[in-house]
Design a protein around this ligand. Sequence first.
Ligand SMILES: Nc1ncnc2c1ncn2[C@@H]1O[C@H](COP(=O)(O)OP(=O)(O)OP(=O)(O)O)[C@@H](O)[C@H]1O
Length: 216
Amino acid sequence: MTLIALDDICFAYPGHAPVLDGASLTLEAGQRLAITGPNGAGKSTLLHIMLGLQRPTSGTVTAFGQVRTAEADFHEVRRRVGLVFQDADDQLFCPTVAEDIAFGPLNLGKTRDEALAIVDRVLDDLDLRHLKDRITHKLSGGEKRLVTLATVLAMEPEALLLDEPTNALDTRNEARLLEILQSLPQAILLVSHAPAFREALAPDRMDLRGGKLIPA
Ligand SMILES: Nc1ncnc2c1ncn2[C@@H]1O[C@H](COP(=O)(O)OP(=O)(O)OP(=O)(O)O)[C@@H](O)[C@H]1O
């Protein structure tokens, strides 16, 4: 089953040369797909387009069987697809780790008790219980990355878009993250410059060059 399809996507930031020039891909349920390409190729932009954070100048975004164009179309997509941003500081904005993780479930209409149970479960799953009451902005870079993943998993998404998830992780935490991600049932679209991590998690790979995606 196709979860997300990009068809012939073109995109330029206002006043700049095109970043995407006919990029197409599909993400199937359970698939692990890596996107590679040089710095500035447009990989993060592509992930943002999938969630409607940027709108293509032409081309089609289809998610869960429906073409998505207007802002309202993307609300459901953002509920069902979790994005781990390249920069953790773009994602963490509550005073404590527990509040940051509870934020998504509360927004989805869970009660306070339900949200707190989810916080405990996700922190246990990721072996991060010790961070629960920490002040988010005082975490180390690596701790922030792992908490970011926790905030996304708390939403129980059907697919994960991971933008450089190993950034700021030491070797031990990179290995732990790999183990955690390998154990998840969700489809994963991975943008990563770390070849060993990428190959271990996502055997299928597309290369973004000249604004197009080419099977690699
Ligand atoms: N808000 C913006 N306004 C103008 N240009 C932008 C904006 N955001 C990104 N860009 C430019 O668009 C291009 C694609 O950026 P993007 O972050 O998608 O690339 P990337 O492939 O993810 O790069 P990296 O591997 O370095 O993270 C780059 O040239 C970048 O400088």
